[in-house]
Design a protein around this ligand. Structure first.
Ligand code: GLC
Length: 701
């Protein structure tokens, strides 16, 4: 049962799409205060587990730390970070009492899950204007399914999107892309997609193509398609400010960009230099921005990734002006100049007629006139430089023209990525209502899961990030994000061969399987390393499993279910299983337990029931062994892919293929327990005609 509680005057996020009864009185759990902002408090029992929060740091059980939903472009996902790119305000308390909570609030909200006081869950935000959904259910799993029922069906990608994709920030020319395809095809490493990062654009302008490098783009798209490769271009949130650039001019003319309080278009510097943000929370602007995707779909493109949509800001004009003040102060002081920081800031405030320079982020005590000038220190300058990007002050400097009136950005900050992706999703419906487009975004809010998947942003080539990737998967699924994956091999920092292989062996199971790396890092395409046959094998196993993975994905999406779940959802009575965070259930048949430690020859696993341990060895050999319930150490070499089949279950296995469409699903073998049956779901993979009777096929061992 779900009940909705309305506080104040909430902004309509459209995260929830089904009618939910408004509860009478107060929620049955915890207590709520609305005197100063909003605060929900609940006293947790010692063994309670808290699930949820989707794309968040740390463990599957969120207890013991503090998380803030505040979509942030931060490429350093260290353990101390409280915010990543998404805002997924759904949690489940499981234990003495079991219930789910969704705080539908589009601005910054903090989840203190036993951080300040070990036994206290405290969810708080600045304004008491939100919808709170309280879900009662038999189990956390049941609560997840109910929640998913009210937020609408998860995005379904085309089937080819289950293939392997290669990406790198730095591919610039047609030949760069051809080399990637050759590197895979010549080495028999399967490949379906090559991603185009910002360099394909002319001067980083959205929906343009680099004039010198991409003449006759449609012919190039076709050349790639003839090799069964789809090119997937990136789209960034900021539209470059440049006279003569049609999208910029149209947006300015029609007032489609986010504006400052005085009505001028807000300027944020991102990759192209100065940009304006399309006001995707405004219906007309959203439609207009979405329609731009057509420029590329008309040239044969069938998928995109949306980036920088927190929205990321490197600096604003106002921030830069403040920096100049601090710099001037620094230089003058160094040269024995007598002006104080406070005097300088005041001078500038007088110059600024629009009053936009709030001076909030000036770390030099800009408002303190009495501060002596004699202190010549680099710190204020460094501090100012450090606080230029993604500054809170900037998010207060621009507005959206929504159905509910003009709203200052910071009040709805967490919706930007969602609505940018919605712009694309709604446009795809207009472009071809029956076709599935590939779409995933960096920033997101619950609701966006209906329009696209997400990738988990700029991770690093660190072993700890394999584990972070793994632990995040079920939490993302709970919040509706099924089509997800991390940058395999790691985005930042230099990868190593073993790290990439181990990470790929996890990526074999994530719906989005993409190797992506940052400019300036070691090249990490499979063919850059010795013994390419190991990579061919690991990625080859992915293709062998696609009939099963796709089938389980579709069942999860079509039934508001999850693809990845914690062991606790399947074995709630097993006290050991409930604590496991480095193994996951995938679909109804298998459990995965990847290796995430350097130089390890294997790992410990816990089996909550008898299972068949399956290892895919290079050369197509498969080793199978039935292991009993309990703890085991299993050996897994660097070039092997392990999985575990649940007792009494089986899965189909195809021969590997160069690309998804070449998979032969008519002649598959079965893996698992004798006498077991599997219901395979397989549709055309491109249209939206789902669940036709012929899409289901019963397979037996
Ligand atoms: C951002 C993205 C990354 C991309 C880069 C350049 O950092 O997260 O994936 O490669 O921008 O576009």
């Amino acid at each position: 049962m779900i009940q909705k509680y309305v506080y104040g005057n909430p902004f309509t996020t459209e995260a929830v799409v089904e009618e939910v009864a408004v509860g009478g009185g107060v929620p049955a759990y915890g207590s709520i205060e609305t005197e100063q902002g909003f605060c929900f408090t609940y006293k947790m029992a010692e063994d309670d587990i808290v699930y949820g929060l989707g794309e968040a740091n740390r463990g599957l059980n969120k207890r013991g730390y503090c998380y803030t939903s505040d979509c942030t472009d931060d490429p350093n996902h260290t353990e101390d970070k409280r915010s990543l790119y998404g805002a997924h305000n759904f949690i489940i308390v499981a234990g003495k009492e079991t219930f789910g909570l969704f705080f539908d609030y589009p601005s910054m909200i903090t989840f203190d899950v036993g951080y300040t006081r070990t036994d206290t869950l405290r969810v708080s935000c600045e304004s008491a204007d939100l919808n709170l959904f309280v879900i009662d259910g038999d189990s956390p799993y049941d609560i997840v399914k109910q929640f998913r029922g009210i937020i609408g069906r998860s995005y379904i990608p085309p089937r080819y999107a289950f293939g392997f994709g290669q990406s790198r920030w730095g591919y610039k020319t047609k030949d760069d892309f051809r080399r990637v395809v050759d590197g895979h095809r010549e080495n028999d490493v399967p490949l379906d997609m090559v991603y185009m990062d910002i360099d394909y654009m002319q001067s980083f302008k959205d929906f343009t193509l680099h004039e010198k490098n991409f003449p006759d783009f449609p012919a190039f798209v076709q050349e790639m398609k003839d090799r069964n490769i789809r090119l997937i271009p990136i789209i960034d949130a900021g539209v470059k400010v440049e006279e003569g650039y049609e999208i910029y001019e149209e947006g300015v003319k029609n007032r489609y960009f986010c504006q400052r309080e005085d009505g001028s278009d807000f300027v944020a510097a991102v990759w192209p230099g100065d940009t304006h943000f399309p006001d995707v929370l405004n219906e007309d602007a959203r439609r207009w921005f979405g329609d731009q995707y057509r420029i590329l779909t008309d040239q044969g493109i069938e998928g995109f990734w949306n980036d920088m949509n927190e929205p990321a800001i490197f600096y604003s004009q106002e921030g830069m002006a403040e920096l100049k003040d601090v710099l001037r102060n620094f230089l003058e002081n160094e040269n024995g100049g007598g002006i104080t920081a406070g005097e300088m800031a005041n001078d500038r405030k007088r110059e600024e007629s629009d009053g936009a320079a709030e001076g909030q982020d000036v770390t030099n005590g800009a408002d303190d006139d009495k501060k002596p000038a004699a202190v010549v220190s680099l710190w204020p300058l460094m501090g100012k430089i450090g606080s230029l990007a993604n500054s809170k002050a900037d998010y207060r400097r621009f507005y959206h023209n929504t159905k509910e009136g003009r709203v200052r950005h910071d009040k709805v900050h967490n919706l930007f990525g969602y609505y940018m992706t919605r712009a694309a999703g709604e446009a795809f419906e207009r472009i071809d209502p029956d076709k599935r487009f590939l779409m995933f975004s960096r920033s997101s809010y619950i609701g966006m899961h209906r329009y696209g998947g997400i990738w988990t942003g700029d991770n690093k080539s660190w072993w700890s990030h394999i584990l972070l990737n793994l632990k995040m998967l079920p939490s993302l699924n709970m919040c509706g994000f099924l089509y997800t994956g991390a940058d395999l091999g790691g985005f930042g920092a230099d990868t190593t061969r073993d790290l990439l292989l181990r990470w790929l062996a996890l990526g074999v199971f994530t719906p989005l399987m993409r190797d992506h790396a940052a400019q300036g890092t070691r090249e990490q395409e499979c063919y850059q390393f010795e013994n390419i046959e190991d990579f061919r094998h690991v990625i080859g196993v992915r293709y062998r499993l696609i009939p099963y993975l796709y089938s389980e994905y579709m069942k999860a999406a079509l039934n508001n279910d999850v693809y990845f779940k914690p062991l606790a959802f399947v074995y709630p009575e097993d006290r050991m299983a409930v604590q496991v965070e480095d193994q996951m259930m995938l679909g109804n048949e298998i459990m995965i337990a990847p290796v995430y430690t350097q130089n390890a020859k294997g790992r410990y696993v816990y089996l909550p029931e008898e299972m068949k341990f399956v290892k895919f060895l290079p050369g197509g050999r498969i080793v199978e062994e039935v292991l009993g319930k309990g703890h085991h150490y299993v050996e897994i070499a660097l070039n092997e892919v392990p999985l575990f089949i649940r007792s009494g279950k089986c899965i189909p296995l195809a021969d590997t293929a160069e690309y998804v469409e070449a998979l032969d699903t008519e002649h598959m073998t079965m893996l698992g327990f004798a006498g077991a049956e599997y219901m395979l779901y397989e549709d055309d993979g491109v249209s939206k005609r789902y669940q036709k009777p012929e899409d289901y096929r019963k397979l037996t061992m």
